[in-house]
Each structure stands twice: as structure tokens, then as C-alpha cells.
Design a binder for this molecule. Sequence first.
Ligand SMILES: Cc1cc2nc3c(=O)[nH]c(=O)nc-3n(C[C@H](O)[C@H](O)[C@H](O)COP(=O)(O)OP(=O)(O)OC[C@H]3O[C@@H](n4cnc5c(N)ncnc54)[C@H](O)[C@@H]3O)c2cc1C
Length: 331
Amino acid sequence: MNGNPTIKRVAIIGAGIAGLSCARELQSHGLSADVYEKSRGPSGRMSTRRTPDWSAGHGAQYFTARDPRFIQEVQHWIKTGSAAIWKPKLKVYEAGVWRDSNSEEIRYVGTPNMNSPGKHLAEELSIQYEATISQMQRRSGKWHLQCNEIGDIPTLYDVVVLAIPAPQSSVLIKDLDDRASRITATAEMKACWTMMAHLPHQLTTDFDAAFINQEIISWICQNRSKPMRQSNLWTIHGNPSWSQENVEISKEDAQDQMLKCLTSLGFNCEDAEISMHRWRYASGGLQNPMNFLLLSDIGLGLCGDWLNGGRVEGAWLSGLELSMALKQMVD
Ligand SMILES: Cc1cc2nc3c(=O)[nH]c(=O)nc-3n(C[C@H](O)[C@H](O)[C@H](O)COP(=O)(O)OP(=O)(O)OC[C@H]3O[C@@H](n4cnc5c(N)ncnc54)[C@H](O)[C@@H]3O)c2cc1C
């Protein structure tokens, strides 16, 4: 193995689609991994907000599949009932004009919820939830992890995979490895303010979802147009530049600005119950994708959408390809 560490124990930090894909692929090669996730469930930015009255995907809205490996995976999700094709009536708003979208892309969503594929992948994996890794150190060829909720993690690892956004990876690897630090520092990620508007009645629109250009809002989508959803819930995303510029404003201010924009677009959300969410690292990444990063001499891997063109497909492939590179280290 040319000085590479022997891989017996792998820790994966982050149970988003990249971390889950990496863990699943490692498991299929007989290499089990311990996954640590700071939230209460899997899926990361493919997650679902739940209240007693409604639930809605408030991160990724749909995903596409172009790579044959991901197409095959999505077909498997469809067979197991955790995803389905979504055929929305799509519009585009630009320079004050509404038009039909001419996109013919096949779009998929998780079913019944956006986090369903993640939940499916998480089955049979060893995942510690509510475990935020706050520090990692490499001593005598092993990784020592520290966790906010648990303290020192007793297991020592040969390999650590960071399946988390670049800025969060950057914090963990600061002072540990210059090569990885340089790469995380070049990734640019932008925020996204998300509004969920639950209406007491159905809005009459002649579309299910719309891309909005040149406004502070970039996307509006009727939840019930997606398979297995019923509530009168609209998910609205702020555009990346506006969200990033306004990342530190209060939820109330973000809500006011987005509501004003909605009104100007002809949507009356006066009676709506509004819920806001700020995604600090929603989109973006490396300008020149590199799929994943593996520093085999120190047993450190990085994967995630930000290394591979963004989006759900890129994240899943990044995790898969890193696990295959790790497997080659063992062979
Ligand atoms: C608002 C929004 C809209 C989007 N729309 C689309 C879309 O329409 N189509 C599309 O394809 N993609 C979309 N995306 C992007 C898509 O969601 C992501 O590309 C993909 O989900 C990223 O997966 P990931 O595994 O790389 O990262 P993440 O999903 O971010 O997973 C990282 C995980 O690591 C956890 N974590 C972070 N730090 C720590 C730590 N220190 N310790 C433990 N756990 C930690 C997080 O809680 C998270 O669960 C959207 C994203 C957002 C936010």
C-alpha cells in the first residue's frame, strides 16, 4: 500500500446524500463506516420541514439524473418507493413577463418526502445523530475525533471522510493539512433564504412552479404538485446573491422583503402562515470540479456537492467515487 494507512475503521462526518452514498458503497465492499451527523436525521440539504399541519422539502426541490450510475440509483429509489418523477407545469418570469418553460428535463423528487431517498440510504448504516464533530486530530497515524454532544469519541479512525460543505470542512481541517485547506478555501458557497407559506386556501395559478429571474426571489413551487403531497404549501427561495448579501439579516426582515417581492409578482400571501429558514451554505463550490479529494497518506477524504458541480447528483457521485478510491487503497 506504499505507505498508505491500513484501513480498518472509517468515520464519515455528515449524513447528507454524499456521506450516505459514500457509506453505502463502502459497506457494499465490506468496509463499514461510522457516520456522525449533527442533525436529528439524515439527508442534509435534501431535508423536510415538518409541522403538525404540513411538511415540505425546504432545501433541494427536485433532482435530475444524467450519469448512468445515478440514473440506475434513482431507478432503484423509484422501485423502493422513495422517489418518483415530478412533472410540473413550469413557468419562467423574466423582465416583467411570464412565459412557459421549454425545459424538457426529467425531474425527480423524494416520496413521500424529499428526505426519503436519504432515509432509504441510511437504513442499515451505523449513524450517530445529534453528533457535531468539533475537532479532529491525527496522532500516531490515527484520527481522534471530538464531538460537541458526546465529548471525545473513543474509537480511533484510520480514515476520516468529511462529507460537509467546504466552509465547515475548512474549520475542521484548519492547521491539519495545507493541501486540503487550500482547496476548501477556493470553494465559494452562497446562502439561501427559504420561505414556506402555508395558505388556508389554494392559490389559483396556472403553474406548479416557476423560475423567477432578476428578482430577489428565484423559485416558487406549489408543494401539492409533487407526488404524495397534499398541503397548500408554497416553497419560495431567495436568489443566491441576494441571500448571500443578506445572510445576517433577521428572519423577519428576510420575510418582509420576500413578501414584498411576492406581492409585486401578483401573489397574495396575506393569510399565509409563514415559516423561514436560512441555509448558510446552500449552493456553489469549486469553479473547476474535482469530484472528490483523497489524501491517502494521512487518511483524509473530502466529498460533497461543492467538489462536483453542486446539486444532488453531484453530491451522490462524489461520495460514490471517493468510496471507490478508498476501496482501491485496501485492495
Ligand atoms: C435551498 C436549496 C435548494 C436546492 N435546490 C436543489 C435542486 O433543486 N436540485 C438539486 O439537485 N440540488 C439542489 N440543492 C442542492 C442539494 O441540496 C445539495 O447539492 C445536496 O443535497 C448536497 O449534499 P451533501 O451531502 O454534499 O451536503 P449536505 O446535504 O449539506 O450534507 C452535509 C451534512 O453534514 C452535516 N454536518 C455539517 N457539519 C457537521 C459536523 N461538524 N458534524 C456532523 N455533521 C455535520 C449536516 O447537518 C448535513 O446533514 C439545493 C440546496 C438548497 C439548500
